[in-house]
Design a protein around this ligand. Structure first.
Ligand code: SF4
Ligand code: SF4
Length: 597
């Protein structure tokens, strides 16, 4: 088996890995970057929406998939950075070599430093019917819709109100899928308020303090049943509601893919981690932590790069910030001239609206980008660039200059231009999704700076103009529950999909006194399957908690290489497929966004 020596091996070609590779490339460090996909960019490839954050630090206001292309193009400029696409890292071994299946050909890499930028994997959820065909994780669903341009569903229900669930629901609407509803166990969604608001304005109800009871159907999902939770997280009997749908999307959080980091530490290989593999945060933060790790590694390898600027650490901390306080939306009193209205009332790390304004008229108070924007009443030239750039679709522009009893309101709209035209009557809603009335479309345009979005100008009466935040795209009857709730009686809450182990089996062992996940694995086979125990540990931990067992009493599952499924012949030098022929990845699939719209 061939062994390759390299200064730095990067596992993962997503936002963190690519950003680190750029810094290492600049410093002249010899790098091999390994990614399991044909297209670099990681999750960015699936992100057809415009990004939050700051324009300077992480291309905010640009669509995620375009950021992926930019980063890839930058990395490819460096001859000292070799890219191994379609390649899987299998394990870190005790001799500090990393086993890689490079396009079907097994090689060992001996790096001086390892950077783990392997991202995150999705958490799952235990409920009856959770393995019925039609129950998806958000990543798989977004891959089909945004990358492969497949419409896998006609009627979707989403579980989880974090950014991933909110965004996946929005992408589904853009793909022409009816989104019946979204439920979130917490009283408030954990994702950005602007994402949540955008969704309710489109006509998607959000059921807070609700959980999923079951996915129902014979052989595939036909409906979903949810119920209200009380303050003690118990289901309130009699509150069950069933919605007709063919797909249930589970988006209940992420956890770092950190097994390579753990093994490298254990065996004394110098190792760093960045992005979600280090800490779950937005992709904008992953880009910045990748950049920082790149510089740190270059310095550790003796390159004269200087210290990591303090400002970089500060920016990374800001980009990682969780959503902060929500303030009451300020509605301007003016009724003359032209000015923007911000339906953005939560502190989040975001500022493209301030950077884009050619008049410098939009401000965020304070030294960072966490505040909410305000208009400083300098002359607005009605360019509509702020309306187009906002990733939360949270800015409208009011134009009183025409006179009369109507105001022109510009609203961002990310659906095909063919679905709306001048003269149409549309229903407009306020920030929270309350219907304000029907108004007429005056003009529709799609300027280049809007990057495929449409700017819709409506004529609205003075009384509602300032409150208008969006246009409804989905009719209310889509979200109505079925007249009778459906109860799924079979006890098929699956914890380990690979070995078909039910929650009941795990629960029985816990009640019999088992506290060691390895013992549970030996007794039930949960964690012994093809995925290598990647999904079930978090579900088993949850069952432990439900049974009143403290985390401190639990012995974690021992992680053993190999971390990926691999044909045994690979270790004997058998090449599967065509083997590596080049050090470059194929170009990105094109036009995903157009397809998504
Ligand atoms: S419309 Fe143009 S000039 Fe007016 S606030 Fe927005 S970006 Fe600035
Ligand atoms: S209004 Fe400005 S700060 Fe708020 S989401 Fe939009 S671009 Fe970001």
């Amino acid at each position: 088996i061939e062994t390759l020596n390299v200064e730095c091996l990067i596992l993962g070609g997503g936002p963190a890995g690519l950003s680190a590779a750029v810094e290492l490339g600049k410093a002249g460090v010899g790098v091999v970057l390994v990614d399991d996909k044909a297209d670099l960019g990681g999750k960015l490839v699936l992100q057809t929406h415009k990004f939050f954050g700051s324009i300077d630090a992480c291309h905010a206001g640009t669509r995620g998939m375009d950021i992926g292309r930019k980063l890839e193009a930058e990395v490819r400029k460096f001859e000292n950075v070799r890219i191994w696409a379609n390649s899987n890292a299998l394990a870190v071994f005790s001799d500090r070599k990393v086993g890689i299946l490079r396009e079907g050909h097994y090689v060992l890499v001996q790096p001086q430093v390892l950077l783990v930028a392997t991202g995150a994997r999705e958490k799952s959820l235990v409920f009856r019917g959770n393995t019925l065909p039609g129950v998806y994780g958000a990543g798989a669903f977004q891959t089909l819709v945004n990358r492969d341009m497949v419409k896998p569903s006609d009627r979707l229900f989403v579980i989880g109100g974090g950014n991933v669930g909110l965004i996946a629901a929005y992408h589904a609407l853009q793909a022409g899928i009816e989104v019946v509803g979204l439920c979130e166990a917490l009283p408030e969604c954990g994702g950005y308020k602007v994402h949540r608001d955008k969704l309710v304005r489109m006509g998607v109800p959000i059921h807070n303090s609700h959980t999923v009871i079951s996915a129902n159907g014979e052989g595939e999902v036909e409906s979903v049943t949810i119920a209200k939770l009380d303050a003690a997280w118990k289901v309130v009997p009699g509150t069950e509601k069933t919605f007709k749908c063919d797909t249930v999307l589970v988006a209940v959080g992420l956890e770092p893919v950190n097994e390579f980091f753990g093994k490298a530490k254990e065996f004394g290989l110098p190792v760093y981690s960045a992005g979600d593999a280090e800490e779950i945060a937005e992709a904008s933060a992953a880009m910045f932590t990748g950049k920082i790790r790149g510089l740190e590694i270059a310095r550790a390898l003796g390159r004269d790069t200087g210290e990591v600027p303090t400002e970089w650490h500060r920016t990374a901390a800001v980009l990682k910030s969780r959503p902060g306080a929500t303030i009451t939306e300020e509605i301007p009193e003016d009724e003359k001239g032209v000015f923007p209205v911000f339906h953005c009332s939560q502190e989040i790390p975001c500022n493209p609206c301030t950077s884009i304004c050619p008049q410098g008229s939009i401000m965020i108070e304070g030294n960072d980008i966490l505040g909410v924007p305000t208009f400083n009443e300098k002359d607005c030239i009605a360019c509509e660039q702020c309306v187009a750039v906002c990733p939360g679709l949270a800015i409208t522009l009011l134009d009183y200059r025409r006179g009369g009893d109507e105001v022109l309101v510009s609203i961002p709209y990310e659906f095909p231009g063919s679905t709306i035209k001048a003269g149409d009557t549309v229903t407009v809603l306020d920030t929270l999704g309350r219907i304000l009335g029907n108004v007429q479309v005056d003009r529709v345009r799609s300027p280049k700076f809007a990057d495929h979005a449409v700017l819709v100008k409506v004529r609205a009466p003075f009384e509602i103009a300032k409150q208008i935040a969006g246009i409804r795209v989905q009719q209310p009857w889509v979200s109505e529950p079925m007249p009778e709730k459906v109860e799924r009686l079979s006890d098929d809450e699956i914890v380990c999909r690979c070995e078909r182990v039910t929650a009941g089996e795990v629960r029985a062992r816990i009640r019999a006194g088992v506290r060691d996940m390895n013992e549970l694995k030996a007794a039930t086979r949960a964690g012994m399957g093809a995925c290598g125990g990647k999904t079930c540990p978090s579900l088993i931990r949850r069952i432990f908690r439900e049974e009143g067992v403290k985390d401190s009493e639990i012995t974690e599952l021992t992680q053993r290489p190999i971390f990926m499924e691999v044909p045994l012949g690979a270790f004997a030098g058998v090449v599967t497929g065509e083997g590596p022929v080049q050090d470059v990845a194929r170009a990105h699939a094109v036009g995903a966004f157009q397809g998504g719209l």
